[in-house]
Design a binder for this molecule. Structure first.
Ligand SMILES: Nc1ncnc2c1ncn2[C@@H]1O[C@H](COP(=O)(O)OP(=O)(O)OP(=O)(O)O)[C@@H](O)[C@H]1O
Ligand SMILES: O=P(O)(O)OC[C@H]1O[C@H](OP(=O)(O)OP(=O)(O)O)[C@H](O)[C@@H]1O
Ligand SMILES: O=C(O)c1cccnc1
Ligand SMILES: [Mg+2]
Length: 582
C-alpha cells in the first residue's frame, strides 16, 4: 500500500482539541477520482489561468421536493464530511488521469505541482444537520475555499447527498403513511441499483424511519437492526417427513407427530363447531409438505418461529398449518412469532387470518382446559407481516380499506425510489473573491440566490416551523419576538411579516480545514445514524400536517430578507441589460 492510500485507512484522529479528522467514507469507491472528467479539466483551466486559488463559494441545494410532496429529509452529510476529510488524489489516481485522452494537452506540471497535493485543508463547509426537514432553494451545504478544490468536490458531494436524501425522504413518507405503530422492514437489497445502492438504501431508510433491514452487511456496517422471515423456497424444499432429522423440541420428543395431531384436533374442533362459521374458516386437508416445512423451521427456531403462509393457499392451508405448529410450540413451552403473506389481497387476507385465529381460540376453548389454555391469546399474539410490491399508495389504500397487519416488508419501491428516481440537488457558484454571482435562466426556478447567505428557520407560538429565511451575510440575525420581513425570492407580491417565537440557525460550520477538520462539538452533538434518525422523527412531528399530506400538500414558505431580495433583483438586472428593440 502506498503511503497516501494508507492515510485513508486511519481512524478518526485528533488535529487539536476542538477539531477532528474523520475516517474514510463507508464505500471505498468514494474517492477523489469518483467525479466527472469536466471537474478535472476545469480545475486544469483554473490552474493554467492562475485562478485556482481565488476564493469561491458554492451552494448545494435542490429546487423541487420529491414524490409530489412539500418536504425533503436531508441526508448524506456525515459521508460528505468523511469524503472531504480524506480528499486526496493518490499517486495511482494521478497516473491514471495523466494518461486519459482529455489530459493529452494538459501541462504535466498541473499533475505534479497541483493535483498531487490538493486537499481540503483550505475548505470551509457549513451544513444543515443530517435528518433535518429541508425545503427547496435553502442551501443544504455551503462550501467555500480555493476555486480549484471547491470545483473538484462538486460531483462527489452531489452523489453522496442526492440519493441519501431521496431514500430517507421516501422512507419518511412511508412511515408517515402507516403511522408510528407499524413495524417497517426494508427488504430491498435484491432490487437495489447495485451494491452501494443496496447498502445506502438500508442505511438511509433506517434514518428515515424504518425499524430494521434484511441486509446483513448494512447491519454490520451501521448497527441497523437486522430482521427477516423465510422464502417460498424453504417451503418448496420440503416434501417428506423424512426430510426432518432431530424432532425433539424442549420436552417434546417428536415435534412432527405432535404437530400433525394438533392439526387434526384443530380441524375437528373447527368443523364440529356450531358457530356461524364463514366458509373461510373451514379447512379440509392442508398441504402436507407445507406443514413439514413449518415443522422444520419451528424445530430450528423454536423461540422465533415465523412462517410464510402463502405458498399454496393462505387461508385453507398456510393459516391452519401455522396455527397447528404454533400451538404445538406453545405446548412445548415456546412462544411463536407470526406469519408473513406475500401475495393476494393483503387487507382481506390479514383480516381473515386474524378472524381464523379468533375462531380457532373459540373452538378449542370447547375442547377442554388443555386446548383452551394453549389457544388463549393466539390471535392477539400473532404478528402478521405483509410484503409484495408495497409502496406509499398501497399503504394508504390498506389503511382506507382496513387491515390487520403489524409489519410491512418493503423492497423494490423503497430502494429504487420508483415514484421519483432522483432528487435534483445542484451545486452552484454563488460567490467569487467575495463578489456575489448570480446564475440567470429562462426558468425562474433555476435562477440562483447570490452570495453567501445566513439561513434561519422561524418558528411560531406552538413550535411549528413557519418560514425559512435567507439573509445577506452582513445582516443581523432574526431575534425572538422581533418582526422580520420575509419575501418570496422571486414573486414580488408574496411577502409577510413574521414575529418568531423561536429562531433556529440552519447552516452550521461542520468543516474547517484550516483549523484541522470537523468541529468536535458538531461531530459529537450532530453526527451519527441514531441522532439523525431521531431528528427526522422529531422534526416531522413539528411540521404542520398540511405540509406533509399526500394529496395537494401546502408548500412551506422559503423566503429572503428585504435586503437580499433587493440585492438579488438588482444583480439580475445588472447581468441582463435591456435589449434595444428596433
Ligand atoms: N415564500 C414566501 N415568503 C414570504 N412570504 C410569503 C411567501 N409565500 C407567500 N407569502 C405570503 O405569506 C402570506 C400567507 O400566504 P399563504 O400562501 O400561506 O396564504 P394565502 O392566504 O393562501 O396567501 P396568498 O393569498 O398569497 O395565496 C401572504 O401574504 C403571502 O404573500
Ligand atoms: O416486493 P418487494 O417490496 O420488492 O419486497 C421484497 C420481495 O422480495 C421477496 O420475494 P421476491 O419478490 O424475490 O419473489 P416473490 O415475490 O415472487 O416471492 C419477498 O417475498 C418480497 O416479495
Ligand atoms: O426476510 C424476508 O422475509 C425477506 C427478505 C428479503 C426480501 N424479501 C423477504
Ligand atoms: Mg415479490
Amino acid at each position: 500500500m502506498v503511503s497516501d492510500e494508507r492515510d485513508r485507512d486511519d481512524d478518526v484522529h485528533s488535529q487539536d482539541q476542538q477539531h477532528i479528522k474523520l475516517p474514510p467514507c463507508s464505500n471505498n469507491l468514494a474517492t477523489a477520482l469518483l467525479t466527472d472528467a469536466y471537474q478535472i479539466t476545469m480545475a486544469y483551466a483554473y490552474w493554467k489561468n492562475n485562478t485556482h486559488e481565488r476564493t469561491a463559494s458554492f451552494d448545494l441545494l435542490f429546487r423541487k421536493n420529491p414524490f409530489g410532496g412539500e418536504f425533503t429529509i436531508f441526508c448524506g452529510l456525515e459521508e460528505s464530511l468523511k469524503f472531504v476529510s480524506n480528499f486526496k488524489f493518490t499517486r495511482q489516481d494521478v497516473k491514471y488521469l495523466r494518461e486519459c485522452d482529455f489530459a493529452k494537452e494538459m501541462d504535466p506540471r498541473f499533475f505534479d505541482e497541483y493535483l498531487s497535493s490538493v486537499d481540503c485543508s483550505k475548505i470551509t463547509i457549513e451544513g444543515i444537520k443530517e435528518g433535518t426537514v429541508v425545503f427547496p432553494r435553502v442551501p443544504l451545504i455551503h462550501v467555500s475555499g480555493p476555486l480549484g478544490v471547491t470545483q473538484l468536490l462538486e460531483t462527489t458531494l452531489l452523489t453522496l447527498i442526492n440519493y441519501a436524501s431521496l431514500v430517507a425522504t421516501n422512507a419518511a413518507r412511508h412511515r408517515l403513511t402507516c403511522g408510528d405503530e407499524a413495524q417497517l422492514l426494508e427488504f430491498g437489497l435484491r432490487r437495489a441499483q447495485g451494491v452501494d445502492g443496496g447498502v445506502s438504501a438500508s442505511r438511509y431508510a433506517y434514518v428515515g424511519g424504518f425499524d430494521a433491514t434484511s441486509n446483513c452487511e448494512a447491519g454490520r456496517q451501521f448497527g441497523i437492526p437486522v430482521r427477516g422471515t423465510h422464502a417460498h423456497s424453504f417451503v418448496q424444499a420440503h416434501s417428506k417427513w423424512d426430510d426432518i432429522h432431530g424432532r425433539k423440541v424442549g420436552e417434546c420428543e417428536d415435534f412432527c407427530k405432535e404437530a400433525r395431531e394438533m392439526l387434526k384436533e384443530l380441524r375437528e374442533a373447527m368443523v364440529s363447531s356450531d358457530s356461524n362459521n364463514s366458509a373461510a374458516y373451514q379447512f379440509g386437508e392442508t398441504n402436507e409438505s407445507e406443514l413439514i416445512s413449518f415443522c422444520a423451521y419451528a424445530i430450528a427456531f423454536p423461540n422465533s418461529f415465523l412462517a410464510l403462509i402463502d405458498t399454496y393457499d393462505t387461508l385453507k392451508s398456510g393459516t391452519p398449518n401455522y396455527v397447528a405448529v404454533a400451538l404445538t410450540l406453545k405446548k412445548c413451552g415456546f412462544q411463536p412469532v407470526g406469519v408473513r403473506i406475500d401475495s393476494g389481497d393483503l387487507s382481506y387476507l390479514s383480516l381473515m387470518i386474524r378472524e381464523f385465529m379468533i375462531e380457532a381460540e373459540k373452538c378449542l376453548e370447547r375442547r377442554g382446559k388443555h386446548f383452551s389454555l394453549l389457544a388463549k391469546g393466539l390471535a392477539a399474539e400473532t404478528k402478521i407481516t405483509a410484503s409484495n410490491d408495497i409502496n406509499e399508495t398501497v399503504l394508504r389504500e390498506l389503511k382506507q380499506s382496513g387491515h390487520s397487519i403489524d409489519a410491512f416488508g418493503i423492497g423494490t419501491h423503497l430502494v429504487t425510489c420508483m415514484a421519483q428516481p432522483a432528487l435534483g440537488c445542484v451545486y452552484k457558484l454563488v460567490e467569487i473573491d467575495k463578489t456575489p454571482r448570480i446564475k440567470l435562466s429562462e426558468d425562474v426556478e433555476k435562477v440562483t440566490i447570490p452570495g453567501k447567505k445566513k439561513c434561519y428557520r422561524l418558528y411560531g407560538k406552538i413550535g411549528e416551523p413557519i418560514v425559512d429565511v435567507m439573509l445577506r451575510e452582513d445582516e443581523k440575525e432574526p431575534k425572538v419576538g422581533e418582526r422580520v420581513l420575509c419575501r418570496h425570492p422571486f414573486l414580488e407580491g408574496k411577502r409577510a411579516f413574521v414575529t418568531p417565537a423561536k429562531v433556529e440557525k440552519l447552516l452550521l460550520v461542520c468543516w474547517d480545514g484550516e483549523k484541522g477538520g470537523c468541529p468536535r462539538k458538531f461531530y459529537e452533538e450532530s453526527v451519527g445514524l441514531e441522532k439523525s434518525r431521531l431528528r427526522v422523527k422529531e422534526q416531522v412531528k413539528l411540521m404542520r400536517a398540511d405540509h406533509l399530506r399526500y394529496t395537494n400538500p401546502t408548500p412551506y414558505k422559503v423566503s429572503v430578507s428585504g435586503d437580499l431580495y433587493q440585492f438579488t433583483h438588482q444583480l439580475w438586472l445588472d447581468n441582463l441589460p435591456a435589449r434595444e428593440l428596433t
